[in-house]
Design a protein around this ligand. Structure first.
Ligand SMILES: Cc1cc2nc3c(=O)[nH]c(=O)nc-3n(C[C@H](O)[C@H](O)[C@H](O)COP(=O)(O)OP(=O)(O)OC[C@H]3O[C@@H](n4cnc5c(N)ncnc54)[C@H](O)[C@@H]3O)c2cc1C
Length: 588
């Protein structure tokens, strides 16, 4: 007779955020699941910055699968209160352009604010807290969890799989999900890895630091750069020819328990080939010292861990699902940390995989066809991000070209997140889980509106302009002009008169405007009542009432918990402007 404590419906290799979230979803829905983690919790992990599609994706998962704890990760207010005060707030994506040897010029930056409460703001996940929390959540729903237990092999047969570990013996499961990240065991064992077919060719050097100055202290003041949200309250991207650096502070909100800031430098390997005569630390600081304002920001920074330096960051797999197995996105492919696609694609795929696995277990049918959607949309998403990222590296030849190109992503983010958010709002109204099926139907599949024919046509035209520039057929000004024509022709850019979006004004550096409650109201009203017919009824199907209800709920919950931050939450709903950064972060 099979040993019940060693036999499961689903085994998950890896107890990171992806594996634990899936384990919680499955266990909550009656699936017998074991998650097997090679390390322990808490443990260092990378993948810290969220984007609107990540946090709305978490809201979808929380409701569809009845795991409210996933919803706590979806906004910084609940995250810091219920999960991790050591996680940072992300009120904006800031992009500062640098030229070697020259101080940062105030007029060479762009900003994309994240959504204000109650939908946002986004977060900088302090992954060791978040992953440890989710591990416990999965256990609380009945998952079995093992730590310090590397899986060494998986043997498949017609009934399922035997999962072998060196320290805890063997386990049986009907299906195996590899959530092991880039070092995926199945990727190696089933010989799935291929030469990445991606145009992006980059590598990364990163670490966590103490003593990183808030950029607002070293950059020109707001009245010069004109961006609404303090840079240090978001993910700051330092851009330069052939590369970029992320600055992800965890110590950037009142009430933080952290003094840490994550900094990573990403380099085009054809521009900056890896050298044997430099340590990762030497190379990291050599790049910091090329740019005077970055140097000032890092002048007192001290690393708290050994530096990590990758070879080419991109990897890919020829197959993502097979007979009784599937890979989560980070076990299958990766492009680059830019635009934080990793967690967003993971949440989108968890949504698609969760109900497939639950019904496969209930019906005893794990046939591969049931899981093909997972493969199709993982691959399609990474192909899109490859174009987006690779042409971003190209765009950093000129600030104005970046300012044109990145609008494509701003627009995609708004429609991608809106598709998910309107589904959440529809569910709140109807309590009918069938509404979530819509996310797997055109034009909502995948992320970033890639499934929308108008968006796809605009994106193709913008990519063609960037390719022509890269091939030296046109100059940067012409490429920027063609991107703007594509944006205008798509008729997807919200009306400036209704919403304050300035995405069709080439000189504007805040193309989406802000996302305060007032701005969200204007956008929702435009979408629902005044947008072109191809948008109306497809996006913005829920009006402002749902958002207002959420805002009330969030404010009352802050009051009830006596966190002392209810006034701050109310402030953040109406304005991005604040001076919190003078009180937290850096050396003071
Ligand atoms: C440099 C870099 C920066 C990034 N920045 C971002 C970002 O800012 N935002 C974003 O959204 N994404 C980012 N990503 C992507 C992000 O890291 C991943 O999408 C995310 O971590 C995926 O979570 P996961 O749980 O699937 O995998 P992981 O977080 O990689 O977790 C995998 C787990 O599996 C365990 N494991 C592996 N093999 C075995 C085995 N044989 N047996 C048992 N356990 C095993 C590991 O110990 C680990 O705990 C970044 C990636 C890189 C490389």
């Amino acid at each position: 007779m099979a040993d019940d404590t060693r036999t499961f419906d689903v085994a998950i290799i890896g107890g990171g955020i992806g594996g634990t979230a899936l384990a919680a979803i499955l266990a909550r829905n009656g699936v017998r699941v074991v998650m097997i983690e090679a390390g322990g919790h808490p443990r260092f992990a990378i993948g810290e910055s969220t984007v609107p599609e990540t946090i709305v994706g978490l809201r979808v998962l929380a409701r569809r699968y009845d795991v409210p704890e996933l919803g706590y990760l979806a906004g910084h207010n609940t995250l810091r209160r219920k999960v991790s005060a050591a996680s940072g707030v992300k009120r904006n994506f800031g992009f500062a352009y640098h030229r070697e040897g020259e101080p940062f010029a105030a007029e060479e930056c762009t900003q994309h604010p994240t959504w204000s409460p109650p939908i946002g703001p986004d977060s900088h996940f302090f992954r060791q807290d978040v992953d440890a929390y989710m591990f416990q959540v999965a256990l609380s729903y009945g998952a079995t969890g093992l730590t310090y237990t590397p899986v060494t092999a998986v043997d498949f047969d017609s009934d399922g799989a035997t999962i072998r570990t060196a320290s805890s013996g063997d386990f049986r499961a009907g299906f195996v999900v590899d959530a092991g990240g880039m070092r995926s065991l199945l990727g190696e064992q089933l010989d799935l890895r291929i030469d990445p077919p991606y145009r992006t060719r980059s590598r990364t050097i990163f670490n966590h630091f103490v003593g990183v100055e808030p950029f607002d202290r070293v950059a020109p003041p707001r009245k010069q750069h004109l961006m609404p949200s303090p840079f240090s309250q978001g993910t700051l991207h330092h851009l330069f020819e052939g590369g970029w650096a992320w600055v992800i502070p965890f110590d950037n909100h009142v009430g933080t328990t952290s003094q840490l800031c994550s900094v990573g430098i990403n380099l085009d390997i054809d521009v900056y080939p890896k050298r044997d005569d430099e340590t990762p630390e030497e190379e990291f600081w050599a790049h910091v010292n090329r740019f005077p304002t970055i140097q000032r920001q890092m002048r007192a920074a001290r690393a708290v861990r050994p530096y990590t330096s990758s070879n080419r960051s991109q990897f890919a797999s020829k197959q993502i699902v097979g007979d009784r197995w599937a890979l989560l996105p980070h076990a299958s492919d990766f492009i680059d940390p830019l635009f934080s696609s990793g967690l967003a694609v993971t949440m989108m795929i968890l949504n698609a995989l969760g109900h497939r696995l639950i019904s496969a277990v209930r019906e005893g049918d794990f046939s591969v066809e049931r899981f093909e959607y997972v493969q199709t949309w993982t691959k399609r998403s990474f192909r899109y991000y490859d174009d987006l990222v690779s042409f971003s590296y190209t765009s950093w030849d000129h600030f104005d070209l970046w300012n044109a190109w990145h609008r494509v992503w701003c627009l995609a983010t708004m429609y991608g997140a809106n598709a998910q958010m309107q589904t959440v709002m529809e569910y709140e109204k109807t309590r009918d889980k069938a509404v979530f099926d819509r996310l797997e139907q055109p034009p909502y599949r995948g992320l970033q509106a890639v499934d929308n024919p108008r968006f796809a046509a605009m994106f193709d035209a913008a990519c063609a302009a960037m390719q022509a520039y890269r091939d030296k057929e046109i100059d940067a000004t012409e490429a920027g002009h063609r991107i703007h024509v594509a944006l205008k022709d798509s008729e997807l850019v919200p009306s400036a008169r209704w919403t304050g979006w300035r995405a069709l004004d080439p000189d504007n550096r805040l193309p989406t405007g802000e996302f305060t409650l007032w701005d969200m109201t204007r956008l929702l009203l435009w979408g629902k009542y005044a947008s072109p017919p191809h948008i109306r009824g497809t996006y913005f199907t829920n009006g402002f009432a749902g958002v207002a209800k959420e805002a009330g709920k969030l404010y009352l919950s802050e009051l009830r918990h006596g966190s002392g931050l209810s006034m701050q939450v109310a402030r953040d709903m109406v304005s991005y402007r604040n001076r919190d950064w003078r009180r937290v972060g850096g050396l003071d």
